[in-house]
Design a protein around this ligand. Structure first.
Ligand SMILES: Nc1nc2c(ncn2[C@@H]2O[C@H](COP(=O)(O)OP(=O)(O)OP(=O)(O)O)[C@@H](O)[C@H]2O)c(=O)[nH]1
Ligand SMILES: [Mg+2]
Length: 629
């Protein structure tokens, strides 16, 4: 269903036309009836040849422009009313600008109260309207003459509206419904009811919805559209939702209902902003403003590139500092008013949640915003990845303005086009990633040349710039750069961790000693006593795996230790079990060595202790095929 909105100066006959079309008086408050003035949004519906049409009737009085903006937010077609006797007036102009800023692009013009003027006057007013709407979406719109009191022109109006219904695209449905709350009230026996125009998706009865701001949820107990109950409301509908689980005072106009959890925009957000032609002063850097988005009025400040003030009629990118919670998506339109004087000064589109306030020196950030003004939501995702290098898809999705499957497509295409990698729920900028890998490889190589005797630099240090969630991915990808983790260190494949000549001599002496008496060589403390360089040499031989250390500082050549394991396993296979004593004799050593070797074998799972015997451990089979040397 399409939603028709009224617009136009106060007293120009908007509500009278709504009544003539629908039989519903949209001014339902006693105060409105008394004063003959619309104060709150009014709602009605009727049927044309093209189907049902919901109506949002807005006030024309200059004091209620904010209400008009809230009402105009969800409409598809506008009925722009100009009274023949009054002609074009200030709020005719202001409403037209607001409609344009909110991207309303379909509508017709009604010249009302034609019964009050002469034909010659009518011609003059018509010419003036054509001049005032020139270059806008109403430039070629039909102008229907009406006298709502006597029902003149109403049939023609209905048929022109039907034509517009047929030619205007249905509201976008991306399966991510949201509704800006314009009224909250209670109904006896029903609880809290909220109304608004549904955008971007459907609401269903019994569905859970998320309230914004805040983290509260509620269930849609029942749904109504223009007085009839429904199980489902389509995007574009005027909806009244009865919410279970929310009190009357837990929300008010300006809140939103979402079908998915909404994320508040950060304090700073990049926007494109346009200043209206007739604004009589400059808009200065840091100026307080009211951003009206949907029914939300957010206090904000204007942050300008170069801090240069904006002149009337200009369009530029800027940041706004939000002082109130706003949840928006890429490209959503808003209107800007000043808190004082209370006038509409312009409007814009949300382009980019920013991590910080941009200053004069952030020319890259400002340029990125300028580029975003011409981008679509996919372009925004790409820009966010380039800027942040690593960004979680969860943090991007709430601001993305398409469906879930369009989001998936964007992620997929970016990966196929080598813009980013997708790992651990994050998008990783590929250019940056490759640079990281190269830099790490270079740092590892540099470390090897300055510390030849060490295994390599600590990975924690080299990974500091990369979010922890993707460290695993980093390690995997470093393999193609011949870098791998050795314990807490990183080591290049080409690195045969060298020893200094002095250390090498020492290592060779030790090698000879251990070779001669494999199971009776010097312990750690004996080795360390030998020379100042002993510690570095020993660490190197241990880390490189040439030597291994058992309990009580017992040191063996790893190949001798492996041999001992095989001897033990072989003997157990033959006899069913082995004692420490028998093993000691087999390898020709003392109990001091035999026991730690068997203990380590137990821990490694090759053998298992069974009272004073060793039997086969769970991993013994791994040795079965290999012959014992
Ligand atoms: N003679 C005549 N009077 C009209 C016509 N349409 C509206 N009126 C009268 O004009 C006055 C204002 O009409 P409304 O429909 O309340 O005007 P509005 O544009 O809704 O006003 P706001 O909502 O306050 O901006 C009322 O007294 C109407 O009876 C018309 O076609 N002819
Ligand atoms: Mg009215």
């Amino acid at each position: 269903m399409h939603v028709l909105g009224t617009a136009g100066h106060v007293d120009h006959g908007k509500s009278a036309l709504v009544y003539a079309l629908s039989g519903t008086d949209p001014d339902r408050l006693p105060e409105e009836k008394e004063r003959g003035l619309t104060i709150e949004l009014g709602f009605a519906s009727f049927e044309t040849d093209a189907g049902p049409l919901g109506i949002v009737d807005v006030p024309g009085h200059e004091r209620f422009v904010k209400t008009m903006i809230a009402g105009a937010g969800g409409i598809d077609i506008v009925m722009f009313v100009v009274a023949a006797d009054d002609g074009w007036m200030p709020q005719s102009q202001e409403h037209l600008e607001i409609l344009r800023l909110l991207d309303v692009d379909a509508g017709l013009i009604v010249l009302s109260k034609v019964d009050l003027v002469e034909a010659a006057w009518l011609e003059m007013v018509t010419a003036d309207i054509r001049a005032k709407t020139k270059g806008t979406f109403l430039a070629d719109a039909p102008i229907v003459h009406t006298d709502a009191i006597h029902g003149v022109g109403i049939d023609e109006l209905k048929s022109k509206l039907a034509e517009l219904q047929r030619s205007t695209a249905r509201k976008k449905d991306i399966g991510r419904a949201r509704l800006a709350v314009d009224r909250v009230f209670t109904m006896t026996g029903q609880g809290t009811v909220v109304t608004g125009t549904l955008r971007d998706g459907s609401f269903e009865r019994d569905q859970t919805i998320h309230l914004f701001p805040g983290a509260q949820t509620a269930r849609i107990r029942s749904l109504q559209m223009h007085g009839s109950s429904m199980d489902r409301a389509q995007p574009g509908s005027r909806v009244a939702a009865n919410l279970a689980g929310l009190g009357r005072h837990e929300l008010h106009r300006g809140f939103w209902l979402f079908t998915e959890p909404a994320l508040p925009l950060p304090r700073y957000v990049g926007v494109e902003i346009e200043i209206l032609n007739d604004v009589p002063f400059l808009l200065k850097h840091r100026m307080p403003m009211l951003v009206i988005f949907g029914t939300t009025e957010a206090s904000s400040r204007l942050i300008l590139p170069d801090s240069k003030p904006l002149v009337a009629g200009s369009k530029t990118v800027a940041q706004i500092e939000l002082l109130d919670a706003v949840a928006a998506r890429f490209g959503d339109t808003f209107v800007v008013r000043l808190p004082s004087p209370q006038i509409t000064v312009g409007g814009g589109r949300f382009l980019d949640p920013s991590a910080f306030r941009y200053g004069r020196k952030h020319s890259t950030e400002w340029q990125r915003l300028r580029d975003l003004a011409h981008a679509d939501a996919a372009g925004w995702v790409a820009a966010a990845v380039t800027r942040s290098r690593v960004v979680s898809t969860d943090s991007l999705y709430p601001f993305f303005s398409g469906s879930a499957s369009q989001f998936e497509d964007v992620l997929k295409h970016g990966a196929e086009d080598d813009q980013w990698l997708l790992a651990a729920g994050r998008l990783i900028d590929l250019t940056w990633w490759k640079a990281q890998l190269r830099e790490i490889e270079e740092a590892v190589q540099a470390f090897h040349s300055s510390h030849p005797s060490m295994v390599g630099p600590a990975s924690a240090e080299l990974f500091a710039d990369v979010p922890e969630a993707i460290h695993a991915k980093l390690l995997t990808d470093l393999e193609s750069y011949h870098v791998r983790a050795v314990g807490p260190a990183l080591c290049h494949q080409s690195h045969r961790a060298g020893l200094t000549p002095g250390q090498k001599t020492l290592a060779d002496t030790w090698r000879a000693i251990y070779k001669k008496s494999p199971f009776a060589g010097p312990s750690r403390s004996t080795l360390l006593d030998e020379a100042p360089e002993a510690r570095a040499t020993l660490e190197f031989l241990l880390k490189s795996g040439e030597l291994c250390e058992l309990k009580d500082g017992i040191i063996l050549r790893t190949e001798d230790f492996d041999k001992a394991i095989r001897v033990a396993v072989h003997a157990i296979r033959k006899d069913g079990s082995i004692t420490v004593g028998a093993f000691r004799e087999l390898i020709g050593t003392t109990r001091k060595y035999a026991l730690p070797i068997l203990d380590r074998c137990d821990r490694m799972g090759y053998t298992k202790r069974n009272e004073d015997q060793r039997v086969l451990g769970p991993r013994a089979d791994e040795l079965a095929q290999k012959s014992l040397s």
